[in-house]
Design a protein around this ligand. Structure first.
Ligand code: FE2
Length: 372
């Protein structure tokens, strides 16, 4: 057994005063959603010691290969390190940029391995949402602007040197974004613990991540929350990130990537909509594992994996607004083969999924989702 998380983690509101970066020239990528007074505090902290800071702001869109390549050209000259504060998309954008600045080429060169990972600029990451866990993972999710294909890069050089998780930053995050990102964090922990080659060392972290989100999310959705609840979901998100850096995600995330070309919904909401399908698909193959996990985080007892799955689905349904558009709205029959092919491209999924996978049962699953 081995737990690997080389990122130095700072958690808590006072940790902003400890903010450090490497080198003398730092590119600071800041999400436009950060409150102006917080941006000023961050930049002032980065400038301590005479460090030169180049500030660049971006919206919350998922990083596209075009955007990354354009930015890599625009940021000419010497940049010693990259700092990013934002949601998972901005943190992943920073990782991709850090990679291209050192390993060269265009970011799409790494999609199928035509260029190898040869290092990245040192990264310091500060999440402003509560789910991606990108601040501690070795992953970056990118959209290929030409093909529309979403792809995940994974390499140790994409790990941040330092992560600063500041719960106060969630104060200005809209409730619907807290909900979407926290559900993603919850599903990271769930999938990491359901993984057939899971790492037992992460189990307490995963259970605690789910317990915190299960405990606090309903209060947040009802709009009656304070710093206690925000600290809870921020910590849970961090734990979820540590979980998936040591025990990969599963069927829900693979389905999520495969359906990504057909909707504009947020990643966490899509995952929440896919969860019932994935649990139903694997239900007879968990061998009591799902029952145990749900019992542990909810402090309730269940008779079977099916009961536990039903509880989870009901809980998630109670959190999602009824106005959310269904995932399958823009998928047509002729898209099904493409979605099935994209799922089968994930060669690691059969190694971690409880139920053996083949073209036939994957196709049946996709048809169920599309025609539900
Ligand atoms: Fe995720």
């Amino acid at each position: 057994m081995r737990l690997y998380c080389p990122t130095e983690i700072h958690f808590g509101n006072t940790e902003l005063q400890q903010l450090q970066v490497d080198g003398c020239v730092t590119l600071a990528l800041l999400s436009r959603s950060i409150a102006p007074e917080y941006k000023a505090k961050i930049v002032a902290q980065l400038q301590l010691g005479g460090n030169r800071v180049i500030v660049m702001e971006r919206g919350g869109a998922e990083p596209s290969s075009d955007e990354i390549d354009r930015c890599a050209v625009a940021v000419d000259g010497v940049v010693d390190s990259i700092f990013a504060a934002g949601g998972g998309s901005t943190l992943d954008f920073a990782k991709a940029l850090a990679l291209v600045k050192v390993s060269g080429g265009a970011i799409a060169d790494y999609e199928f391995g035509s260029r190898s990972f040869n290092g990245a600029l040192p990264l310091t990451l500060m999440p402003t949402t509560c789910g991606s866990g990108s601040e501690v993972t070795q992953y970056a999710v990118i959209n290929n602007s030409v093909s529309g294909r979403k792809f995940t890069l994974g390499d140790d050089c994409l790990r941040a040197k330092r992560a600063y998780v500041i719960p106060d930053l969630l104060q200005t995050l809209p409730v619907n974004q807290i909900l979407a990102t926290a559900l993603d964090g919850f599903i990271h922990a769930l999938e990491a613990l359901l993984n057939e080659v899971r790492n037992p060392i992460i189990e307490p972290l995963g259970i605690e991540a789910m317990r915190l989100i299960h405990r606090h999310l309903i209060t947040i959705v009802q709009g009656e929350y304070g710093i206690e609840q925000l600290e809870g979901v921020a910590l849970a998100s961090l734990y979820g990130g540590i979980c998936i850096t040591n025990s990969r995600t599963g069927l829900i995330h693979t389905l999520s990537v495969a359906f990504s070309e057909f909707h504009k919904l947020s990643h966490g909401v899509v995952n929440a909509q896919l969860l019932p399908h994935a649990l139903r698909f694997n239900r007879d193959h968990y061998n009591g594992r799902l029952k145990q996990i749900v019992s542990d985080f909810s402090a309730q007892s269940f008779n079977s994996d099916t009961d536990a799955a039903q509880y989870l689905c009901t809980w998630i349904k109670s959190l999602l607004p009824t106005t959310i558009s269904p995932l399958n709205r823009s998928v047509v029959a002729s898209d099904i083969d493409h979605i099935v092919d994209r799922i089968l491209q994930d060669k690691g999924l059969p190694l971690v999924n409880s139920r053996p996978l083949d073209h036939t049962n994957i196709r049946t699953l996709v048809e169920e989702i599309v025609y539900e």
